[in-house]
Ligand binder design. Sequence first.
Ligand SMILES: CC(C)(COP(=O)(O)OP(=O)(O)OC[C@H]1O[C@@H](n2cnc3c(N)ncnc32)[C@H](O)[C@@H]1OP(=O)(O)O)[C@@H](O)C(=O)NCCC(=O)NCCS
Length: 149
Amino acid sequence: MAKKTSKRVGRAPGGGEAPPPAKWDLSSSVPSLRLITMPRDTNNLGTIFGGVILSYIDQAGYIEARKHGPHRWVTVALDKVIFHAPVHVGDIVNLHTQTIRVGTTSITVKVFVQVERFATRETVDVTEAQMTFVAVDESGRPTPFTNVP
Ligand SMILES: CC(C)(COP(=O)(O)OP(=O)(O)OC[C@H]1O[C@@H](n2cnc3c(N)ncnc32)[C@H](O)[C@@H]1OP(=O)(O)O)[C@@H](O)C(=O)NCCC(=O)NCCS
């Protein structure tokens, strides 16, 4: 789904704002979750708190997991989170998901977070993460899931 078309971004020479990160090609992907950021979600720097982004990533990943069956899906691992660029108040956040591994009771999902900047409408790749969900029964024990797309 997502292809990198340019190099990873580092700190801008001499400090200041880093250039826009690599563009992911998500043009053929429908976001699993969309939202607008609010002032209540900011950190002491005035940008959106990373923990809030992680919460949205968890929700988007769960929506992807649910495509594999209406089970009780629990998050067992959240891996390889990369915050490429800050999220600002008023940004429209699009979370795209892709199942990258299907096991017996677990699946692994890649989450790509892009924002549309409030003022400029520029699209920026802000965060990516990988998550594993496990289908569990009513006792919380792993159970094979039923519905593989
Ligand atoms: C998720 C949980 C049920 C797994 O229990 P477990 O005894 O480790 O289960 P198993 O060893 O039988 O593994 C079950 C599946 O999870 C996978 N798994 C277990 N630990 C994992 C890890 N750290 N990373 C990735 N996958 C993992 C296994 O590979 C297996 O997948 P498969 O059936 O597709 O091959 C248990 O760890 C748990 O309840 N964790 C807490 C979940 C939670 O509260 N999450 C936060 C809120 S949703």
